[in-house]
Structures are given as structure tokens and as C-alpha cells.
Ligand binder design. Sequence first.
Ligand code: HEC
Ligand code: HEC
Length: 164
Amino acid sequence: MTLGLRAASAATVVALALGAAGCEDEDSDYVPPEVCASGDVAPDLEESPLMRPGGDCIGCHAADEGPSYDLAGTVMVGADDDTNCNGVGGIAVEITDAHGAVLTLATNAAGNFFHELQAGAVALPYTARVLYQGRVRAMASAQTEGSCNTCHSDTGAPGRILVP
Ligand code: HEC
Ligand code: HEC
């Protein structure tokens, strides 16, 4: 548990550092992936729902004036895929909040999913499941951090969120 948390916060620090660099030079935060199980490299998009698959969407948007989300992340092919490796579209991500309200988000062509911030819409902590063709991957623990990729990074203990 402590190992996982330490790895997660290291990933967060890296993501924040990349976000801060983005303020000075718009292109400097884009790093082409070296590990990419899909073989499908995301282009350097600046303002797009397909941008930065695997990146810390919420952390960077909070620092860089992007849209505000309460939940965001990416469903990818490989557990250690680098950021900017495209994930998988058409996958359902089901969030159940602390009050039992269920929210289902669909991944887009980059594998990204996100939900616009609405005050009080998602009661914390939440649980998450990913569903595809009757198969399920469920997160056993409940979470309060909505930017999934901060933990589900290429280096974080749980690895990437994968297709069931
Ligand atoms: C390195 C920083 C960074 C990361 C990481 C990042 N974004 Fe962005 N995003 C931005 C910035 C900056 C904008 C543009 C804000 C503006 O000019 O209004 C933006 C804009 C957007 C937009 C708005 C596009 C439009 O129609 O105007 C969407 C959607 C979006 N991001 C989705 C995502 C998703 C999903 C992720 C995670 C998979 C993500 N972003 C990760 C910085 C980032
Ligand atoms: C604070 C860290 C953290 C955050 C944030 C987080 N996760 Fe997780 N996730 C984990 C850990 C650790 C595991 C493995 C242990 C478990 O299942 O609880 C996991 C497991 C999972 C699994 C099951 C993986 C498998 O193959 O069995 C899924 C699916 C998942 N998470 C989806 C999500 C989604 C979707 C989000 C965002 C809405 C998210 N997670 C946010 C840490 C996190």
C-alpha cells in the first residue's frame, strides 16, 4: 500500500512538472511514447478530447486553464504504456459514487474518458469498473482522486487501466 502511494505521488510530481513546463513552451510537455502496446502514437494535440492519452488530465487542466473535470483518465492496451500512446475507444467506464449513483462514461478514439466538473455530482469516495463485451475489470478499493492516470501511470503500482 505505501509502495503504491509513493509510486503514485512520484508520478504526480512528474506530471505536474510537465504541466508547469507547458506554461513556458506550449509544445514542451509532449513526449513521444517509447512503450506503446497499441503501436498507435497520439499526435501532439493541444486542445482536443484526444489529447495526451495516459496523461494527468485534471492536474494539467487545473494548472493550465484547460476544462474542469471531476473524473478523467484513459483505457490503454499495455500496463506500462507511456503517455501519448493511444488507448482503446468504445469501452465503458462505470463510476459508482458514495451515494450509489452510477455514471457511465465511454472512451473516445484515444481511449480517453472525462466528465465535466459539476459541484456535488460525484460523492466521494467512488468505485470504478471497466466493462467490455460482458467482461469486467473492477477496482477493489474506493478512491477520492478523480484523475485516474495519476495512479494508473506507466510507473504506478496498478499500471494502466486496461481493456477487460
Ligand atoms: C500537459 C497539459 C495537459 C494534459 C496532460 C491534458 N490537457 Fe487537455 N487541455 C490542456 C490545455 C492547455 C487545454 C486548452 C485550454 C484552453 O485554451 O482553453 C486543454 C483542452 C482540452 C479540451 C478542450 C478542447 C476544446 O474543445 O476546446 C479537452 C476536451 C481536453 N483538454 C481533454 C483532455 C483529456 C481527456 C486529457 C487526459 C487524457 C487531457 N486533456 C490532458 C492541457 C492538458
Ligand atoms: C489513488 C490511486 C488510484 C486512483 C486515483 C484510481 N485508481 Fe484504479 N486502482 C488503483 C489501485 C492501487 C488498483 C489495484 C488494487 C485495487 O483494485 O484496488 C486499481 C485498480 C483498478 C482497476 C482494476 C484493474 C484490474 O485489472 O483488475 C480498474 C478498472 C481501475 N482501477 C479503474 C480506475 C478508474 C476508472 C479510475 C478513475 C475514475 C481509477 N481507477 C482511479 C489505484 C487508483
